[in-house]
Write a protein that binds this ligand. Structure first.
Ligand SMILES: Nc1ncnc2c1ncn2[C@@H]1O[C@H](COP(=O)(O)OP(=O)(O)OP(=O)(O)O)[C@@H](O)[C@H]1O
Ligand SMILES: [Mg+2]
Length: 172
């Protein structure tokens, strides 16, 4: 079994999800891949906005648009204030794994910077291993159940970093 034991916590507000994203970006090493899974409006983009803030790429200079869902632009790069790169992919419009490979994902996923992939379940087979799986589920209007899992060999370190990020974010 490659999948490490999962971790589950509850984010009580968009702010907590952002804080989790920020801690996650600080704690994950470059080359890490985060697969985000969850229905429309679950909070995947909110988490990535927090991650961008975590590396100092939130809404500041050098990043004129801030983080929005890259639904029309499939891949966006954000550069943090110490030069760290965050790659944000939205697979919503992709039909399957080969679509992701076709846009050259082998050249950027799991290589430079940290990568966050929204709608990762649509392109799962094309994701490099190991990766961190983050499932976001609606609980109430303001709360989300967030499930973390490490997928692939050597995914334990990713899961441990994510568990630490959850503990630091103030979510329960
Ligand atoms: N605890 C929470 N965490 C994250 N978002 C929350 C939370 N509670 C409420 N929200 C709201 O849910 C919405 C999440 O929107 P977001 O764009 O992040 O979803 P998404 O998963 O990226 O959807 P899509 O699949 O359409 O891209 C926002 O309006 C946010 O304010
Ligand atoms: Mg989104």
């Amino acid at each position: 079994m490659d999948a490490a034991m999962g971790v589950v916590f509850v984010s009580g507000s968009p702010g907590e999800t952002r804080a989790f994203g920020a801690e996650l970006a600080r704690l994950l090493p470059d080359g890490a891949v985060v697969a985000l899974v969850g229905e429309l409006g679950a909070g995947k983009t909110v988490l990535v906005q927090g991650a961008a803030e975590g590396i100092g790429a939130g809404r500041g200079e050098g990043d004129d648009e801030g983080v929005t869902s890259p639904t029309f632009v499939l891949v966006k790069h954000h550069v943090g204030d110490s030069g760290r790169v965050l790659i944000h992919v939205d697979a919503y419009r992709l039909r399957g794994p080969s679509d992701l490979a076709d846009i050259g994902s082998d050249d950027f996923l799991g290589r430079e910077g940290i990568a966050f992939v929204e709608w990762a379940d649509r392109v799962e087979a094309a994701l490099p291993r190991p990766y961190l799986l983050v499932r976001v589920r609606h609980e109430t209007t303001r709360s989300r159940r967030i499930e973390l899992e490490g997928v692939g060999e050597s995914s334990q370190a990713l899961l441990e970093a994510a568990a630490k990020a959850a503990a630091r974010s103030g979510a329960t």
